[in-house]
Design a protein around this ligand. Sequence first.
Ligand SMILES: Cc1cc2nc3c(=O)[nH]c(=O)nc-3n(C[C@H](O)[C@H](O)[C@H](O)COP(=O)(O)O)c2cc1C
Length: 178
Amino acid sequence: MSVDKGLNIMAISGSLRTDSSNTSILKLLQTTVPQHNFWLYDGVDKLPHFNPVLDTEQAPLEVQNLRNAITEADGIIICTPEYAFGVPGSLKNMLDWTVSSGSLVDKPVALITASSVGENAHASLLKTLEVLTANIVENGTLLVPFIRAKMNSENQITDAQTEQDVQNVLKALLSAIS
Ligand SMILES: Cc1cc2nc3c(=O)[nH]c(=O)nc-3n(C[C@H](O)[C@H](O)[C@H](O)COP(=O)(O)O)c2cc1C
């Protein structure tokens, strides 16, 4: 991914659903920073299942692309639901591919968990990001429960406080990397 303007912000949704509220939040945030290269990573579902045997510098191409994208990003924002009281498997799979490469070490990261409840996934992700020694930026984490009740059928946020809160998370990330 080439950086042609502003800061390079990699946005990662933990939901693969076409009408995902989490992806919609990231798309909303994208519209608020046209001066920056805020882009949505679309490779979560293209990564192979994590396998330590393949976890080398010659890892599968999609894994190499992921690692390069993270390395080149000035900051990362993750927005995810919770599944079965945990982190969506596809997102955890992606994070597992970054352990040995150290791609997330000191990388400024913001995290939004937007779900029905979401507490377990949020806590679990924070722990994983801490273990990966990512730089979880100050004021850069947010748990949004009852997300579906805060969006309309067109996936627009209808709750003013939530809209403000998600924008504040992006502001926190931007101020950490500017
Ligand atoms: C299989 C499955 C399991 C779920 N488990 C949880 C859960 O444990 N906790 C929770 O808060 N929401 C749970 N949900 C609800 C999702 O968080 C909710 O549908 C959310 O809007 C999905 O995010 P998305 O709109 O970005 O796809 C579950 C949904 C599915 C499909």
